[in-house]
Ligand binder design. Structure first.
Ligand SMILES: Cc1cc2nc3c(=O)[nH]c(=O)nc-3n(C[C@H](O)[C@H](O)[C@H](O)COP(=O)(O)OP(=O)(O)OC[C@H]3O[C@@H](n4cnc5c(N)ncnc54)[C@H](O)[C@@H]3O)c2cc1C
Length: 382
């Protein structure tokens, strides 16, 4: 079987699963804000906790393109589901690429099976974009790191068991990133989780504040074994995250478009389906064109990552364009549905509430613009 054939088969299996199992129940989980445990377990059985973890560690070993396409399909059904796996797999990526051999051997098989579920703990109550301003510290006591501080808005907070956590191991050094390290912090003594944070969208999955009151982490769970590399390690992880955020945005936008194009042929005004009014046709044409552009951008960034090339510019562009596009398409779908778009009877209101997360998550779009501009100025330097 060629790579493309096996890719089509895997993506097709996710599409079938979404049509059969996810679409009928997604709005109910969202409205009730209840964790979709059954769906997560089914995806776990399909191997999703190990999606991008190499087969030698028990994972599926999917390449970046195939995984991003799976994420698009998943988000056509229910965007929240993708969060469970994306953050878990960013953690696994950080261990795989930046961890020691011992860390890969100890962690990757348990992450691939879903026995251990990972979260990514960067943001704090006082800072998100300005990551170097974090206040969480870890001090070395004998053979352990003792972690103190708070992390905010952490996906998988309740259901995760280990968190790739950025801390300051040397708070006095300048520039600050040289004193930052990434620790694999497990739940245990001193680890508290705040109550579930109620959200506009991205509902049904857990987002929490984590509180570390002198949580002890064995020294061999410092990623890579050396202090001072945490900032670069998590930034690399976020780059893969941005490709997947773009794929998420394309998935939500595709769902909104499909709902709108169907409704436009069913709803009649002035004696004909609204799809026959040119104003509606123009909206549909723009929606589909922008979705296709977003899809090509994320595929291009994923292909560069597959080839092992630098992709921060392309991942930033894909994330920026696709997330803004998703918001516009969701609003257009809502308009096409008229009053029904504003009711909870149709899923477009969910797409409209889910869309803004992609503008904020994995670095806000203002930060993406800074990243993109910095790279452009390097490339076109005079
Ligand atoms: C549902 C949800 C799930 C999340 N999951 C996780 C998770 O699993 N792990 C995790 O670590 N974090 C997570 N986050 C946090 C998310 O990554 C941050 O919210 C995001 O990075 C922005 O940080 P902030 O909220 O502190 O905003 P701030 O950094 O305070 O920014 C506020 C505003 O100022 C703008 N801004 C900031 N700096 C600049 C600048 N230099 N120039 C121009 N504009 C600027 C921002 O773009 C934004 O518009 C999650 C957030 C949400 C809402």
């Amino acid at each position: 079987m060629t790579v493309v054939e096996s890719r089509d088969e895997i993506v097709g299996a996710v599409r079938d699963f979404v049509e059969r199992e996810v679409k009928p129940v997604a709005s109910r989980y969202d409205h009730d804000d209840v964790y979709p445990a059954e769906l997560v377990d089914q995806l776990g059985e399909m191997g999703f906790f190990g999606a991008t973890i190499p087969e030698s560690y028990g994972g599926m070993g999917l390449d970046f393109v195939t995984y991003a396409m799976c994420i698009e399909e998943l988000c056509r059904g229910f965007m929240s589901l993708s969060g469970v796996f994306n953050t878990h797999l960013i953690g696994a990526y950080i261990v795989r690429v930046h961890g020691t051999d011992d860390q890969r051997e100890r962690w990757l098989p348990r992450l691939a099976s879903g026995e251990m579920r990972c979260g990514l703990a960067l943001t704090e109550p006082n800072c998100g974009s300005d990551l170097q301003a974090i206040r969480t510290t870890a001090r070395r006591v004998d053979d352990e790191w003792v972690v103190r501080g708070n992390k905010m808005f952490i996906t998988n907070g309740e259901h995760g068991s280990v968190f790739a956590t950025i801390v300051k191991t040397n708070p006095d050094i300048e520039p600050s990133h040289r004193g930052m390290s990434c620790l694999l912090v497990q739940k245990g003594e001193g680890f508290e989780i705040s109550k579930h944070i109620d959200k506009l969208g991205y509902r049904a999955i857990d987002t929490n504040e984590l509180i570390f009151n002198d949580v002890r982490v064995p020294s061999n769970d410092l990623v890579g074994g050396e202090e001072g590399h945490g900032f670069a390690q998590v930034m690399d992880g976020l780059e893969t995250g941005r490709v997947n955020i773009a794929a998420r945005a394309v998935g939500v936008a595709q769902a909104a478009f499909e709902a709108a194009v169907r409704y436009a042929q069913e709803r009649t005004t002035f004696g004909k389906p609204i799809a026959e009014h040119q104003a509606i046709q123009f909206m549909l044409a723009e929606m589909a064109t922008k979705i296709e552009a977003g899809r090509l951008l994320y595929l291009r960034a994923a292909e560069l990552k597959n080839a092992g090339e630098r992709a921060d510019l392309e991942a930033g562009m894909a994330k920026l364009f696709a997330s803004e596009m998703c918001r516009e398409v969701a609003v257009a779908a809502l308009r096409i549905h008229g009053g029904y778009g504003y009711s909870t009877e149709f899923p477009v209101e969910r797409y409209y509430r889910d869309a803004p997360l992609m503008i904020i998550g994995e670095g806000t779009n203002e930060i993406q613009r800074l990243v993109i501009a910095r790279r452009l100025l390097e490339r076109y330097s005079v």
